[in-house]
Ligand binder design. Structure first.
Ligand code: THU
Length: 161
């Protein structure tokens, strides 16, 4: 028997001023996107902004539905739009934030399992890491790639191994 430990590295920042101009720009776009979320059921407004390798940015937000499972998270709305519109362009970074009662949450909101899986697929498809920026009022977390958020993941390599 062997016991293995998997490590996840998370960079934590106390202030947005510690980040690069590029990161600050997409953080602001994620915040803008959250204002346009359609979340009448949860009232949990999530915004995401994807930065492509070309410098193009794509915003997304959560889209809910009276038939609850038909809705989609902000991250996947942005990622699927990016991959649909620019199928050959890798995603470089995604920034995510959430508002309740028009207030940015103090704690960063981590992406759900399905969104992590979608981020991982895009990362593996282009063989380039996707930087994940999770925005809270009190702190900002940066994870260097999607794989770190989904250890022991299922991916296309499992079809033939
Ligand atoms: N949601 C997101 O958009 N992203 C996340 O990372 C977590 C959850 C959405 C789904 C649903 O519309 C609402 O937030 C409450 O779960």
């Amino acid at each position: 028997m062997r016991t293995k430990e998997i490590k996840t590295i998370i960079h934590e920042y106390d202030s947005i001023d510690e980040l690069s101009k590029e990161d600050i720009e997409i953080i602001n776009k994620a915040k803008q996107a959250a204002q346009k979320a359609y979340a009448p059921y949860s009232k949990f407004n999530v915004g995401a902004c994807v930065l492509l390798e070309t410098g193009e940015t794509i915003q997304g937000n959560n889209q809910e539905n009276a038939a609850y499972p038909s809705g989609l998270c902000a991250e996947r709305v942005a990622m699927f739009y990016a991959n649909a519109e620019y199928p050959d362009v890798p995603v470089k970074t995604i920034a995510v934030c959430a508002y309740v009662n028009s207030k940015l949450l103090n704690e960063p909101v981590p992406p759900c399992g399905s969104c992590r899986q979608v981020l991982l697929e895009s990362e593996m498809r282009f063989h380039l890491p996707i930087k994940i920026i999770l925005i809270g009022e009190n702190k900002i977390l940066i994870i260097d790639n999607a794989k770190q958020l989904l250890p022991l993941n299922f991916n296309s390599n499992n079809f033939s191994s």
